[in-house]
Design a protein around this ligand. Structure first.
Ligand code: ADP
Ligand code: ASP
Ligand code: MG
Length: 594
């Protein structure tokens, strides 16, 4: 008999009426001949209320007690749902994370799942019962209650679906499905019918609140198709699987409360990145938009973003890194927001970045930082303009329209996909099958790309429109840009670096020369051959240990890093061309992929 997992979010079980509706849905599914496992979140705003209460009784509540407290929200909800099912004449049993046997590590408030024993659930299912499981929680080896992080019930549902080899995992929520961006922020947002794991993973990790990003890691690793559906009608919602709509940009995400941190005046030597990443990883701080400015007068400067809530901890870690490096300063800035565009189509289209920058500069929105990876572009903007930015980019890509529109700038579809395509599915499966713990890091492949050159433009006017001008010129010149990083240094001058095919370098330089002709002080530097090293896998940015291992391996091999880009599915660095093969070997060894 097939197993169906149905997860109900907080708003979908907020009232007695909604609880009965959720129960009815599970009962209908059971009566249609399936075994049903429900995963339920705390009702309504229960978790927020408990957090507030804890903060009222203690300035710094213990994380263990916090998890003990927050887990009660789900416990209340499952009991009520089970009772409602009994009222409808079916058998049901509610179970806590501990009773199910969801074993996690002991990192309170962001615990990771190690294993799930499905014996007990299977027993209940075979006895004809609907199992109503608490989302968001587990127990560690010492029977302490742990929670998986806010929004973690999605992860419980997907993990259970994986462990039980369920046929379907349905995520019932308060919207019609996954939208092109948060429909609460952009009223013209459109529901998408299909989205790929990779796209959803990026969107979720970049701020789309609709799914917990770790749930998508599970879904991809264990090939669980997910369907995000409305709990208030019978519409089909959005299917998250290997497929996606055929669009260049699928969706946008915004992380409103971000902070930027700069470590400057650092020694320009191998190991700088390793020291920074190691210190961040020790505190499980996921850093994003990492930019290393091309070193000036022997000093390196690294800037990155973190969620504002992690800033205090990040600054402590950054000070520790500077101390270890023996020189440098730390500076930070708040009031910034990150807006990201995500789409698998970026792999095969040029001009996407130019289009995004144009939408923003048309609204006179300045770009403080830019980073890209294979399937995403992120920009950092002043928080006062973030809503305008999201709206402008949504309009620019015509995301409200259901028919695909190619970007207006540049050559459109490029003949060949960029050198680095999606990772090999078989290899991924082999790595997943060796996982000791369900949420272990998955790195399935190391790649070396020796086809690229680097170009940097220095002393760019730090005003809206500069990057649009550069990337419009480059896209109109049909140059296929791969990585882009842009940063404003403390002297107020912007600098942008990009990688382009070696074969297009001369042409690109000519285009850029004309483009910057009337910017006084602007200069271009380039390197005709660089090596791009990448590791591919799942959940690479949120599992902070991947960056640490990558940068440690390269530092130990004496390799200096010139550019970085990170995403959940790939982490890439640019190094000198003659160090490519050596770096490749070091990474293969570090990730046991020889
Ligand atoms: P649940 O309690 O069911 O888990 P959440 O509040 O966690 O629900 O997630 C649903 C909410 O996510 C929606 O109400 C919506 O405002 C928000 N959201 C953010 N980004 C998106 C998006 N891209 N598509 C749909 N909803 C989104
Ligand atoms: N109740 C938890 C929260 O509010 C978990 C969840 O809803 O997924 O974060
Ligand atoms: Mg949620």
């Amino acid at each position: 008999m097939s197993i169906v997992v149905q997860k109900f979010g907080g708003t979908s079980v907020a009232t007695a009426e909604k609880i009965r509706a959720a129960a009815q849905r599970a009962v209908n599914t059971k009566r249609a001949g399936h075994q049903v496992v429900m995963v339920v979140s705390a009702r309504g705003h229960k978790t927020d209320e408990l957090v507030r209460l804890a903060e009222e009784v203690s300035a710094k509540p213990s994380t263990r007690e916090m998890d003990m407290l927050l887990s009660t929200g789900e416990q209340e909800a499952v009991a009520l749902v089970a009772m409602a099912i009994h009222g409808l004449g079916e058998k049901a049993v509610s179970l806590t994370g501990g009773q199910i046997g969801i074993v996690t590590d002991s990192t309170y408030s962001k615990a990771r799942i190690r294993s799930i024993s499905n014996d007990r659930i299977k027993g209940h299912l075979n006895a004809g019962e609907i199992v109503v499981a608490c989302g968001f929680q587990g127990i560690d080896d010492d029977f302490n209650i742990t929670t998986l992080g806010r929004g973690g019930s999605d992860t419980t549902a997907t993990a259970l679906a994986a462990a039980l080899e369920a046929d379907e995992c349905e995520i019932y929520t308060d919207v019609e499905g996954v939208f092109t961006t948060d429909p609460r922020a952009v009223s013209a947002a459109r529901k998408v019918s299909e989205i790929s794991y990779d796209e959803m993973l990026e969107l979720a990790s970049l701020g789309a609140g609709v799914m917990h990003s770790r749930s998508i890691e599970f879904a991809k690793k264990f090939r669980v198709p997910l369907r995000v559906r409305p709990s208030f009608n019978n519409n089909a919602g959005t299917l998250i699987s290997n497929r996606s709509e055929d669009r260049v940009v699928t969706g946008l995400a915004m992380a409103k409360n971000e902070a930027r941190v700069t470590l400057g005046d650092l020694p320009d030597q191998p190991g700088v990145m390793k020291t920074i990443f190691t210190n961040m990883s020790a505190r499980k701080i996921p850093i994003d938009m990492v930019i290393q400015n091309v070193a000036v007068s022997g000093k390196a400067e690294v800037t990155f973003t973190v969620p504002e809530g992690d800033l205090a901890e990040t600054l402590t870690a950054a000070e520790a890194a500077v101390k270890e490096l023996g020189a440098g300063f730390v500076r930070s800035g708040t009031h910034v927001s990150k807006v990201s565009a995500v789409g698998s189509g970026m792999l095969t289209h040029s001009g996407v970045a130019a289009q995004m920058f144009k939408s923003l500069s048309d609204q006179k929105i300045n770009l403080e930082m830019i980073t890209t990876s294979e399937i995403k572009i992120s920009v950092l903007v002043d928080r006062s303009r973030c809503d305008d930015a999201l709206l402008a980019v949504h309009r620019g890509f015509q995301l409200e329209q259901s028919t695909a529109v190619a970007p207006a700038i540049g050559a459109g579809q490029v003949a060949t996909a960029r050198a680095s395509g999606p990772e090999n599915a078989d290899r991924l499966e082999a790595v997943v099958s060796r996982l000791a713990s369900m949420e272990d890091i998955v790195v399935s492949e190391v790649l070396l790309d020796e086809t690229q050159a680097r170009v940097s433009v220095h002393n760019i006017p730090d005003v809206p429109g500069s990057c649009t001008r550069i990337f419009t010129a480059v896209a109109n010149g049909e140059v296929v840009v791969d990585m882009i990083v842009q940063n404003v240094s403390h002297s107020g001058q912007a600098q942008v670096s990009m990688t382009v095919p070696r074969t297009q370098l001369e042409h690109c330089l000519k285009v850029l020369k004309t483009c910057i002709a009337d910017w006084s002080g602007a200069t271009i530097t380039s390197e005709p051959a660089i090596a791009k090293l990448s590791v591919a896998g799942i959940g690479l940015r949120t599992h902070t240990g991947v960056g640490e291992r990558l940068f440690r391996a390269l530092a130990d091999a004496g390799i200096n890093i010139q550019m970085i880009n990170t995403s959940e599915i790939r982490m890439s660095v640019v190094v000198a061309t003659n160090q490519g093969p050596q770096g490749y070997a070091a990474l293969k060894q570090a990730f046991h992929l020889e």
